[in-house]
Each structure stands twice: as structure tokens, then as C-alpha cells.
Design a protein around this ligand. Structure first.
Ligand code: GDD
Ligand code: GTP
Length: 429
């Protein structure tokens, strides 16, 4: 029997994803028509013997999370639960904290998936690989290739090429270590709880006298003695112990840290639908909008037959698109209204926003350099060193009114704004 844990983080995470993550937890942001972690659950549910998916995070339970769980349970016929950490416990602290729940029913193995990644997850292949390794193996990490420069922003892995054993692991190194990076997807044996317990006890011992809060103090504000970081505290010491392996994938994989990365993920998940769900892709037909490449249109959306969509466009639930509307490389979220002849390129249009006639909303994609093999999407900070906005996709927050006949270029608009003119390279607060 198998289980899957998805690390969904909490409200202080996903800052580069604002303002979109102000509305819903980032793991629930829709990509190719479905919440980011819907794609994780779908991949997990396809592995034979998968009994349960456990979401671990430090969000307060909320409606959007509950709705997601109910809907996904029905669709995938699998048990899904949310376990809330009392504070951020790190990428392994929550796993240790909820060990009894994870180990209930004696799973043979369990997957751990970071929520903020996307890909054609090779979970079945990882399972086959992991079970072929010596008994006593704690964990298999999914790895992939990156460029030398980009590898520095990921966990870096040096493997024994003959056995795939991890000989050396460094989390976000300062100088080059290896172009094999950690994808944030693991397959663990229950024996992983042994090093987790050792780390937990060591932590407790070291911090025993350190952070005793004074009487009347907020206990939650004290640094958690329970924080365990999977990468630094577990993987680094386990390297070259014969208990940690890497399975390398050449299939699509990417992080989703920013709005631009969500557009990139959207394109790849749409492409995967050719293989997994061709029925989700819009087709050209008489009296229907013109479709170029891969496009997802929610069945409840009303799109005028003269609209032109794609490639890489997702139109959400209850959206209304008028005559001659053009959408390319963009995600239009639930309830948005795009009036006649407006043009949306490399942008995200927030929930229930309105875009006026003949308006043009355009962003700058930061896609991986196509001339560099293994390049990943650039994780640029929002601002440059001299305080300017880094060119990126345009994000229109929720419930924003964009008037007719204006141009909005490379800008970020916070929710509930009523714009009155053209904007370029600005954050509109
Ligand atoms: N439940 C919970 N509690 N989840 C957490 C916590 C926590 O305290 N902290 C982080 N997470 C979740 C995040 O929501 C995310 O899904 C995942 O754990 C990774 O967290 P980050 O701390 O943002 O790490 P990262 O994305 O910069 O790097 C990790 O992922 C890379 C691949 O995307 C590392 O594992 C790298 O080694 C790896 O290359
Ligand atoms: P380049 O070859 O890089 O210039 O790209 P392109 O020719 O695809 O043009 P661009 O990226 O500017 O626009 C992408 C699509 O949007 C094209 O198919 C255009 O027909 C369409 N488009 C561009 N501007 C407008 C506009 O203002 N209104 C409408 N309705 N469509 C537009």
C-alpha cells in the first residue's frame, strides 16, 4: 500500500506569486484548467496501490482547500486529508510531526511532493527504481538536469553513475557542484523516520534551554524546536551512506514560483493533455472560436465565435469573451469578462476582472532559453537591483476594471482597482 504527501506550505510562502496568492493558496492556482496540486493528485492516483493523499501545510483550513479536497476525492476515488502544522515546521518537520497518521495502515512506501513544481511525474518509474535498490534504502529523489548557472538555485546532487547512489548533496550551493538537481519529488521507505527521529531529538536537545518563552509569551512565536529541513538536515548527512538514490528524468519538469512560471506550466500541462486527456483540448469547428495550438476552455465559458485563442491559452469557468477577442500564452481566471476586440498576450487576468473593448494587455515571458539545453525558467526577483520592475508577464489581480482602448504592459495590478489609463512596467497598488 502506498501514500502520497504533498507539502503545500502556508500563507507566508508564495510571495513571488502575489497578488494571485492573496486570493487563494498558491497550490490551488489553476493551471491548464485545474489547481496546481490537482495534477499531483492525478499522477499519484494513477499509481497502483495508492490509498491516500495527505496535504501538509500551515494554512488555516479554508473553503477553497475544502472544496478542492471534496472535488478531488470524488474524481479520483481516493482519500485526501489536510493536516495542519501549528507553525512552519520545514520540509520534513511536518512529516515527522504527523508520522502516526502517515504510518497508519503500514504503507510500504510514500511519495513526498513539493506543491510548487509541475511536470510529467514519473511516479511509477520511481517506484520500480526504488524497489530495485538494496533493502534499507531510505529515499529516492527525482532528479533532472539544469544549466550550470541555474543549478545554484536548486538542491544539487552528485551521483555514482553506475549505481545511482547519491554521493554528495548540497542545497542551493554558492559555487558549482553538479548540474543534476533535486526536483522536490521523493519516494521514501518508512525507515526514513529513523534519521528523522535522530534529527528531531538532536534539535530538541540543542534548543532545550534556548527559547523558553517567558510567562505570558506567545508560544507560537518561539522558533519551533520541531523544524526539520529535508534537504539540509536529512539529505546532506545521508549522502554516500548507501541509503539515498537519485532517479533522473528527462521528461518535462519545472518549478512554479512566479506568475510567469504558471504560464509556462500551463503550456506544458496543455501539451500533456494530448496524451492524457485529449478531450480537454478545444477543437476547431464551424461556428466556434478559432483555436491555434493547445487551448483549454471551461465548458461554462461563453466565447464568441470570432474570438481567436491560443496557443497556450486557458479560459476559466464562467468567463465571457466578446467578438474578436485574442488570447495567447495567457490564463484567464474564473468569471473574467473580456470585451470585444481586446487582446491578451503573456498575461494572467484575475478572477471576475473586466477588460474593456480594444484594450491590449501584454507581458514579457521569461521562458527558458531555447538555445540552452536543460535551461529552466528564470526565477527572477520582482525588482531589479536598482528598484525597477523586472519585465515579466502582466498580472491583473481579481475584480479589476480595465477601461476600453488602453494598453497595459509588463505590469502588476493589485485586486479591486479601477484603472483609468495606460500603464507600462508598473505595480499598480
Ligand atoms: N508543510 C510545509 N511546511 N511545507 C513547506 C514548508 C513548511 O514549513 N516549507 C516549505 N514547504 C513546501 C513549499 O510549499 C513547497 O511546496 C516545498 O515545500 C519547497 O519549499 P521551499 O522552501 O520553497 O524550497 P524550494 O522550492 O526553494 O527548494 C526545494 O525544491 C527545489 C525543487 O523545486 C528544495 O527541495 C530544492 O532542493 C529543490 O531543488
Ligand atoms: P511576432 O511575429 O513576434 O510579431 O508575433 P505575432 O505576429 O504573433 O504578433 P503579436 O505577438 O503581437 O500578437 C499575437 C497575436 O495576437 C497575433 O495573432 C495578432 O493577430 C493578435 N493581435 C495582436 N495585437 C492585437 C490586437 O490589438 N487586437 C486583437 N484582437 N488581436 C491582436
Amino acid at each position: 500500500m502506498l501514500k502520497t504527501i504533498i507539502l503545500i506550505g502556508g500563507p507566508m510562502k508564495g510571495t513571488r506569486f502575489r497578488p494571485l496568492s492573496l486570493e487563494i493558496p498558491k497550490p490551488l492556482f489553476p493551471v491548464a484548467g485545474f489547481p496546481i496540486i490537482h495534477h499531483h493528485v492525478e499522477a499519484a492516483a494513477q499509481v497502483e496501490g495508492m490509498k491516500e493523499v495527505i496535504l501538509i501545510g500551515f494554512y488555516q483550513p479554508n473553503d477553497s482547500l475544502n472544496r478542492f479536497i471534496t472535488q478531488a476525492q470524488q474524481q479520483f476515488k481516493i482519500q485526501i486529508r489536510y493536516l495542519q502544522e501549528y507553525t512552519a515546521l520545514g520540509t520534513a518537520g511536518g512529516i515527522y510531526h504527523f508520522r502516526d497518521q502517515i504510518l497508519a495502515g503500514n504503507p510500504d512506501y510514500f511519495f513526498v511532493m513539493n506543491a510548487d513544481v509541475c511536470g510529467d511525474f514519473p511516479l511509477k518509474e520511481m517506484l520500480k527504481f526504488h524497489t530495485s535498490k538494496p533493502t534499507g534504502t531510505f529515499c529516492t529523489i527525482l532528479g533532472t538536469e539544469a544549466t550550470r548557472q541555474q543549478s545554484l538555485t536548486y538542491g544539487c546532487i552528485v551521483e555514482n553513475k553506475d549505481t545511482n547512489e547519491i554521493m554528495h548533496y548540497v542545497e542551493k550551493p554558492e559555487t558549482f557542484i553538479s548540474t543534476t538537481i533535486n526536483c522536490g519529488i521523493y519516494l521514501c521507505s518508512p525507515s526514513i523516520f529513523t534519521p528523522l527521529e535522530i534529527e528531531f531529538k538532536k534539535n530538541l536537545e540543542q534548543n532545550y534551554n534556548d527559547d523558553e518563552p517567558a510567562f505570558g509569551c506567545d508560544y507560537n512565536a518561539a522558533p519551533a524546536k520541531e523544524v526539520i529541513r529535508m534537504e539540509q538536515d536529512i539529505f546532506i548527512p545521508l549522502a554516500s551512506s548507501g541509503k539515498l538514490y537519485v532517479y533522473i528524468t528527462t521528461q518535462f519538469w519545472s518549478q512554479i514560483k512566479s506568475g510567469g512560471a504558471a504560464i509556462y506550466a500551463n503550456r506544458h500541462y496543455l501539451d500533456l493533455y494530448h496524451k492524457s486527456h485529449p478531450e480537454r483540448l478545444a477543437q476547431n469547428a464551424a461556428g466556434q472560436p478559432k483555436i491555434i495550438g493547445d487551448v483549454f476552455i471551461h465548458p461554462s465559458a461563453q466565447v464568441h465565435p470570432t474570438a481567436v485563442l491560443g496557443p497556450n491559452a486557458t479560459i476559466g469557468k464562467n468567463c465571457v469573451l466578446g467578438e474578436g477577442v485574442r488570447v495567447r500564452d495567457s490564463v484567464v481566471l474564473e468569471g473574467a469578462v473580456l470585451q470585444d476586440h481586446c487582446c491578451i498576450l503573456d498575461s494572467i487576468i484575475g478572477w471576475n476582472s473586466q477588460v474593456g473593448c480594444w484594450t491590449r494587455i501584454e507581458g514579457t515571458p521569461n521562458d527558458p532559453n531555447p538555445n540552452k539545453p536543460f535551461a529552466k525558467i528564470e526565477a527572477n526577483p520582482t525588482f531589479t537591483n536598482d528598484g525597477k520592475l523586472n519585465p515579466s508577464i502582466t498580472v491583473i489581480g481579481s475584480d479589476v476594471q480595465v477601461p476600453s482602448e488602453v494598453i497595459i504592459l509588463n505590469s502588476i495590478v493589485l485586486p479591486n482597482k479601477e484603472l483609468s489609463g495606460c500603464y507600462k512596467n508598473q505595480i499598480i497598488l
